[in-house]
Design a protein around this ligand. Structure first.
Ligand code: ZN
Length: 331
């Protein structure tokens, strides 16, 4: 019964404009249903595809916008990193300049050290060359040159790496050289201190204010016996209680009194040198006292075997009396 309903024919009449033939289309209900379903299916498919296409479009727009954001961020990042690289390159360049300046200064210091060494060794003979840093090659290298120009050639990363490596090596060498130079300077300082100490310990001052030598070193007629005798020091006339000073740095090894030397002081200076100060009115140091060059050690007097106020000054070298004259300054 139902099947029969599907088989029943339907006639569609299409009436066009006037004067044209009326069209009749005969089809079963089943065919009509099929055609309608097909149309609905096609329509549905079209709607689905359009919706899918729209979705894709929206999705791709969103992806594109996200990518654009990301690209923009990456570009900013890249710009910032490029700036940092440029700054680092500049810093490497500045460091390399500094290394080169430090190297020049190091050369100057080496030369100065050499000149000081020469001066130090020449000091004893009164010679020595004047320090002339302006004439040194290192100073010449530092001279500023005017004018700059020429085409710009951007540096490659290899060049920057090489510059950084070179700078690092340069600083490393400088560090080593500074260490060596410090050692040399310390050594020179020690040598100079020792030299200074030796100079301070060498008798080189008049022991009195007075420069009047009443009896020199050597043979003379003894003032008491009037017989020929050997005078082992010099006699310097002076006023009673005039200061008597140490002619060099040393240590008091004898402070005493006897009827020949009167009150007397003996100073030990090292290097086999000793100085004697006799006929003092009073000694102002004690045995074992360290004594500075120029320090007062007693008062001039006339104690012991003496005819009047004077100082008998004697220098012993390896226990033997020697003429003090070469040890006394001229003026
Ligand atoms: Zn004398």
């Amino acid at each position: 019964m139902r099947f029969k309903w599907f088989q029943n024919k339907l006639t569609l009449v299409i009436i066009p404009e006037a004067n044209e033939r009326v069209m009749r289309v005969k089809m079963s209900r089943a065919a009509l249903c099929a055609v309608t379903l097909s149309l609905l299916f096609v329509l549905g498919a079209a709607v689905f595809m359009h919706a899918a296409h729209f979705h894709n479009f929206v999705s791709s727009r969103s992806t594109q916008s996200r990518l654009e954001d990301q690209t923009s961020r990456l570009e900013q990042d890249l710009t910032s990193k490029n700036k940092t690289i440029e700054q680092l390159q500049n810093e490497i360049y500045q460091l390399s300049r500094q290394a080169s300046e430090v190297r020049s200064k190091m050369e100057e210091m080496k030369q100065l050290e050499q000149e000081l060494k020469e001066l130090s060794s020449a000091a004893g003979t009164g010679g020595g060359s004047a320090l002339d840093l302006a004439a040194s090659p290192a100073a010449g290298a530092l001279a500023v040159q005017g004018g700059m120009g020429g085409p710009a050639h951007p540096v490659t990363s290899q060049q920057v790496k090489a510059l950084a490596k070179e700078t690092r090596a340069s600083f490393s060498t400088l560090q080593q050289e500074i260490g060596e130079l410090k050692g040399k300077w310390m050594q020179s300082r020690q040598t100079m201190l020792e030299k200074q100490e030796r100079a301070e310990r060498k008798p080189g001052l008049w022991p009195t204010r007075s420069r009047t030598v009443t009896s020199p070193f050597g043979y003379r007629k003894d003032p008491f016996t009037n017989k020929l005798s050997f005078h082992r020091g010099i006699d310097i006339a002076g006023k009673m209680n005039d200061p008597v000073i140490a002619s060099a740095k040393g240590t008091a090894v004898t402070v005493g009194y006897d009827k020949f030397h009167g009150h007397h002081v003996v100073l030990e200076h090292g290097n086999g040198l000793r100085t004697w100060y006799m006929h003092l009115n009073e000694a102002l140091v004690h045995i074992g006292d360290p004594v500075e060059r120029g320090q007062q050690i007693g008062k001039l007097g006339s104690t012991g075997r003496s005819t009047g106020p004077h100082l008998h000054y004697e220098i012993l070298h390896d226990g033997k009396s020697t003429n003090p004259k070469p040890y006394l300054p001229e003026s």
